[in-house]
Design a protein around this ligand. Structure first.
Ligand SMILES: CC(C)(COP(=O)(O)OP(=O)(O)OC[C@H]1O[C@@H](n2cnc3c(N)ncnc32)[C@H](O)[C@@H]1OP(=O)(O)O)[C@@H](O)C(=O)NCCC(=O)NCCS
Length: 232
């Protein structure tokens, strides 16, 4: 077991993307949301999924708070052990900038190009839009703080490295910033057990269950918020 004192957290770079994609694919292989939205496993195209995640990672490097965990004293010191991507807070009175709008448009164009090239790769498009709709409803109901929320959009640790404090180190990078600014954090967990317990250990509390219902086949997500904490 690696001591967490040798773990470094740094901003994700282009050369980390293949390792980040591996970590996401491995850690989410049995994830309930993943199994629900890619329900026809015979059509699952992991290569198309890699391209899609790569596009999302590049968007994240430019637009999100995106961190990678590595073990500096291991033989594989460049190996990606975990990643966290956070969407920065938006104050309610601020509109999207032209730059943000262009970035969103660029992401959309790249995704369309990918779909033309690879097809949907097993993605259940109807379910994807059900989820997007429920997510928009939940966020407009929960995000009442005018200072905005740090949104933990993705956090994963490689299965063999889980339970050793890497998730906590990845969270701390942003939660301490949020605490210093007096801002709330937010996430949507796709597992009740054990994830909601793990997030409670990070200071989050459950606020709403999001039911994505496709004709009775329901995927449940758990919306959680973290209040800013003052230093001890
Ligand atoms: C969720 C995840 C990112 C957490 O990372 P991790 O490195 O395993 O977590 P840590 O070892 O830093 O543990 C964080 C805290 O949760 C607690 N914890 C860890 N596993 C736990 C479990 N199975 N049950 C209860 N608490 C647990 C730890 O005790 C720790 O609290 P402490 O520091 O107060 O002792 C990681 O397990 C993961 O990638 N899971 C699979 C992918 C996934 O589900 N991602 C999130 C989708 S919403």
């Amino acid at each position: 077991m690696m001591p967490t004192s040798t773990i470094s957290i740094s901003p994700l770079r282009e050369e980390d993307i293949p390792g980040a994609v591996d970590a996401i694919q491995e850690a989410f292989a049995e994830d309930p949301y993943n199994l629900w939205v890619y329900n026809d496993r015979s059509k699952l195209n992991l290569n198309r999924n890699r391209v899609s995640l790569g596009i999302r990672c590049r968007w994240g490097i430019r637009n999100a708070l995106f961190y990678v965990a590595k073990d500096l004293v291991s033989d594989e010191k460049d190996k990606v052990l975990g990643i966290a991507m956070w969407i920065p807070p938006r104050q309610t009175k601020l509109k999207k900038t032209w730059g943000e709008w262009l970035e969103g448009w660029k992401l959309w164009c790249q995704q369309v190009g990918m779909n033309v090239w690879y097809g949907r790769g097993g993605l259940n498009v109807k379910r994807y839009y059900i989820w997007k709709q429920r997510q928009a409803e939940a966020q407009s109901e929960i995000w009442t703080d005018p200072k905005g929320y740090y949104f933990c959009n993705v956090i994963v640790v490689l299965p063999e490295a889980q339970g050793k404090g890497i998730g906590r180190a990845l969270f701390r990078e942003v939660t301490q910033k949020a605490d210093a600014e007096g801002r709330r954090c937010y996430l949507e967990s796709s597992r009740d057990e054990p994830n909601t317990k793990i997030y409670e250990a990070m200071g989050f509390h459950f606020v709403k269950q999001m039911d994505c219902d496709d004709g009775g086949d329901v995927c449940q997500l758990y919306c959680m918020v973290r209040e800013p904490q003052s230093p001890l």
